[in-house]
Design a protein around this ligand. Structure first.
Ligand SMILES: [Mn+2]
Length: 582
C-alpha cells in the first residue's frame, strides 16, 4: 500500500496540504460502507469497521480500537499503529509539527468531530477540502451503488408517508424552524416509506433529503433509481433532485431557518449553508423518535417475523444438539451456514441483518468476533458456542444471541451463564415509570455479575429498526449514551453477557417491545417489556439453585410459549426436544 501513500502525498502537495485524515465512514455515516467509498481500505488495506488514518509528509499513523488492533497489525504496513484509547488522532497530531496544514473532507466528519479536532490539536491548521484527494488518485474505483428504490407498503409501514411528513413538518414548526436537513438514510427511508439495497445487511438507499415545514420534501437521488410506480407512491409533494443540485439548493435556503444536527450530520452541509449566510439552528433529527416508536402495524410485523425467525433458530438448536450427539464434525462457519439454511425455509426471510457471530471456545470471548477461513474453529467437546445473528424481513428486523453447551459444561460456565440469565430475566421483567431511560435500567442486567466482581464491556441493549438498521437510536440500554426515555412501541435488545478471555463467551439476547402496563396507583404511566424473540435458552447451562421461584417460572413460561407457538410446525423429534425445556 506504500505506493498509495505516495500517490496521496503527491495529491496533497498539489493542494498545498501537509497532511490529510481519512476516516472509515462514508458521507452517509452508516454502519456499512459501499466499496466505492472504502477510502481507508484503499489507502491502508484495513478491512475492519472502525479506524482512521492520518497521512503527513514524512509519516503516517493509523488509529483503531481494542477490537481491531491485532487485525490492523496483520493488514497494515507503513503506518504507526495506535489503539485510540491510548492515543487519539488529535492527540497524536497535537504532537506533530507546529502550524502544519492538515486537510479533511467535510462530507466525512460531523461538525462536532471537527470542533473536537480543532480544540485538541490547536497547533494544527485545519483545512476543509471540498474534493477528496483520494478520489483524484484512486484508479479503478468501484461505481457507487445505485439500487432501485423499493416501496415499503402501508401493510408493513402502518402509516402513510404523507401522514409522517405532516407530523415532521409540525415538529419543525414547533422548534421554530422552516426546514430540516435529513442526512441519515434510514430517516429518509422511514419518512418516505422507501427501502433499497445499496449496502449489505441494511435495506436502505444512500440518499439525503430536505423537508420543509409545509411537508414538501426534496429527495436527492439519481432519477434513474426511481421507477414510475415509486414516483406515483411519492406523490407531488416529493421532488426528485439530482445529488449534484444539493449544494446549490442548500445555498438557496438563505431566507429560511434551517434546523441541522451537528452531532450526526456531515460538516459539509453546515459549511455550504454558512457560506450562503443561511440561518442555521441546532436540533436533532425529528424522524428519530417516531421511527423508534413503532406503530401497531409495525409491532405486529415485528412479532410475526420473530415467530418465523424463532422457528428457524429453534429448529437449528435442535439440529445442533443432534449433530453434536452424533459426533458430526462442525465448525463455526458450518453451523452459521446451517442456521441461515433454517432461516431460508421461511419465504419471508430476505438476508442477514448483520454478519453472523459464531464463536466457539476462546473465540466466543471476542465480542465482535467474525469467523474467517483462517480463524474458523472446529467445534470442540466441552465448550461453549456463542451465536449472534439476525434477519431482515419486509415486516421487521431480528437480532438474537444464544449460547449453547457443547458436551458437558463446567461448574464455572454454569455459574457465569446463570448470572447472565438472571440479569436478562430481571431486565425482561422490569416495570418502570414514564420518563425512565435505558441507562437507568442498565444495572438490572448487570447486578448479579457485579456482585461477584464481574462485568461485560458492551451495552446491554440497542434499538432495532423495522426492516431497517439493526442498530438504531435514540434509545439504548447501557452505562453511557442511554439518556433517551423508553417509550411504548420502542424495540430494544436485552443482551447481557460475560466473557472469559481465552476460554469462552456468554451472551443471551432477545428483543423487547416497550409496552404500557396497568399497574399505576399514583396516576402516572408505567411501562414494561414484552419479549418477542422466541428460541429456547440452554437449560444445561442453568444452575437451578441460583434461580428464585419467579425466575424459574419466567423461564418455564418462556419455553412453554415457544412450544405452544410452534406446536404445529415442528416435527416429532423437534417437539420432543422442545418439550424437554418445559
Ligand atoms: Mn444486538
Amino acid at each position: 500500500m506504500s505506493d498509495r501513500i505516495t500517490l496521496l502525498r503527491t495529491a496533497l502537495l498539489k493542494e498545498n496540504l501537509d497532511g490529510f485524515i481519512v476516516p472509515v465512514n462514508d458521507e452517509f455515516m452508516g454502519e456499512y460502507v459501499p466499496d466505492s467509498a472504502k477510502r481507508l481500505k484503499w489507502l491502508t488495506g484495513f478491512t475492519g469497521s472502525a479506524g482512521l488514518a492520518v497521512v503527513l509528509k514524512d509519516k503516517a499513523a493509523f488509529f483503531t480500537d481494542g477490537r481491531y488492533t491485532l487485525q490492523a497489525k496483520a493488514e497494515i504496513s507503513g503506518f504507526e499503529l495506535y489503539n485510540c484509547v491510548d492515543m487519539s488522532p488529535e492527540q497524536w497530531l497535537a504532537g506533530q509539527s507546529e502550524g502544519a496544514v492538515v486537510g479533511y473532507d467535510p462530507k466525512l466528519h460531523t461538525l462536532y468531530a471537527i470542533k473536537r479536532y480543532e480544540r485538541s490539536a490547536n497547533n494544527i491548521k485545519w483545512q476543509e477540502v471540498f474534493s477528496n484527494p483520494i478520489d483524484s488518485v484512486w484508479e479503478n474505483r468501484p461505481a457507487a451503488p445505485a439500487s432501485k428504490a423499493i416501496i415499503q407498503p402501508i401493510e408493513y409501514a402502518g402509516q402513510s408517508s404523507s401522514d409522517k411528513r405532516r407530523r415532521i413538518a409540525n415538529d419543525i414548526i414547533s422548534k421554530g424552524g422552516d426546514t430540516f436537513i435529513l442526512t441519515e438514510p434510514d430517516s429518509v427511508c422511514w419518512l418516505l416509506n422507501l427501502r433499497g439495497a445499496d449496502v449489505p445487511f441494511t435495506p436502505y438507499l444512500l440518499c439525503n433529503a430536505i423537508i420543509d415545514k409545509s411537508g414538501a420534501v426534496e429527495l436527492y437521488i439519481d432519477k434513474g433509481r426511481i421507477s414510475d410506480e415509486v414516483s406515483a407512491h411519492l406523490g407531488q409533494d416529493v421532488t426528485i433532485r439530482s445529488p449534484e443540485n444539493l449544494a446549490a439548493d442548500l445555498a438557496a435556503l438563505k431566507n429560511k431557518v434551517v434546523i441541522y444536527d451537528t452531532a450526526v450530520s456531515p460538516a459539509w452541509f453546515y459549511y455550504e449553508m454558512k457560506d450562503a449566510r443561511v440561518r442555521v439552528i441546532e436540533g436533532s433529527d425529528p424522524c428519530k423518535l417516531p421511527k423508534a416508536c413503532k406503530n401497531d402495524v409495525e409491532l405486529e410485523g415485528m412479532r410475526q417475523v420473530h415467530i418465523h425467525d424463532g422457528l428457524a433458530v429453534t429448529r437449528f438448536l435442535c439440529w445442533l444438539d443432534m449433530a453434536v450427539a452424533d459426533g458430526e464434525r462442525l465448525t463455526e462457519i458450518s453451523v452459521a451456514d446451517k442456521l441461515e439454511e433454517f432461516r431460508k425455509v421461511s419465504a419471508l426471510y430476505l438476508y442477514p441483518s448483520f454478519p453472523t457471530i459464531s464463536g466457539n471456545g476462546p473465540n466466543g470471548a471476542i465480542v465482535h468476533y467474525h469467523a474467517t477461513k483462517s480463524t474458523n474453529r472446529v467445534i470442540t467437546e466441552n465448550s461453549l458456542l456463542l451465536m449472534d445473528s439476525g434477519g431482515q424481513y419486509q415486516g421487521g428486523t431480528t437480532d438474537i444471541t444464544r449460547t449453547v453447551a457443547i458436551g458437558k459444561p463446567t461448574h464455572e460456565m454454569k455459574r457465569h451463564f446463570t448470572k447472565v440469565l438472571k440479569g436478562h430475566i430481571a431486565l425482561a421483567r422490569a416495570i418502570f415509570p414514564e420518563g425512565t431511560s435505558g441507562s437507568q435500567l442498565d444495572v438490572l442486567a448487570r447486578q448479579y455479575l457485579w456482585r461477584e466482581g464481574l462485568d461485560y464491556d458492551h451495552g446491554t441493549g440497542h434499538g432495532v429498526g423495522s426492516y431497517l438498521s439493526v442498530h438504531e437510536g435514540p434509545q439504548r440500554i447501557g452505562k453511557r449514551g442511554g439518556d433517551a426515555a423508553l417509550m411504548p412501541g420502542m424495540v430494544v435488545s436485552n443482551e447481557p453477557g460475560y466473557y472469559r478471555t481465552d476460554e469462552y463467551g456468554i451472551r443471551i439476547e432477545s428483543l423487547l417491545v416497550v409496552k404500557n402496563v396497568p399497574v399505576s396507583e399514583d396516576g402516572k404511566r408505567y411501562f414494561g417489556f414484552e419479549t418477542i424473540t422466541l428460541a429456547p435458552i440452554d437449560l444445561r447451562l442453568v444452575d437451578r439453585t441460583m434461580l428464585t421461584e419467579q425466575e424459574s417460572s419466567w423461564l418455564q413460561e418462556y419455553h412453554q410459549k415457544i412450544a405452544a407457538t410452534y406446536s404445529t410446525q415442528l416435527n416429532q423429534q423437534e417437539k420432543d426436544w422442545i418439550n424437554g425445556f418445559c
